[in-house]
Design a protein around this ligand. Sequence first.
Ligand SMILES: [Ca+2]
Length: 174
Amino acid sequence: MGKRGITLVELLIALFIISALSGTIAFIFVSLLKTWDSQNKRFGARLESSIALDTLIHDLRETLSVTDAQNRTISIWFRDADLDGNQDSNEVVTFNWDGVSGSSLTRTQTISKMIANNISNFQLNYFDSNDIELPSPITLQSERDKIKLITITISSSKDAETLTFRSNAKLRNR
Ligand SMILES: [Ca+2]
């Protein structure tokens, strides 16, 4: 068999195969990117709310006294830092969400810090030692002293993704 060059038809067929293959590869790549982006958004939303929930539960476990108990706000005397037996202002921490979808959950201990953005729901429910819900806001300190368990619901939204987490915090020494 003698040497021969590539014919135009062969070249066209080769080009056609290459372009078909690259189209398929591009399609797969774009699909993967879309999936990754959606996963990433889900992950971002998940991270926001789970970090906030961890912080809240961590602080609630230290509670010495609940000083304000509402649906979207809670204040606790969470640590007697100077061990003087008094509730000093720098020992009180407040968690608050203003109820506006998309705004932040804040943690205030002397200064206010955002602990989660894009919050679409934040709800606190209070229960006594018999697991009976105490209607909030709980205005009397004597009633707040009955709180044994707090359930927390937090939802965060990013783009079209909303994730909701629920958790309980049992107060110590109750
Ligand atoms: Ca103190």
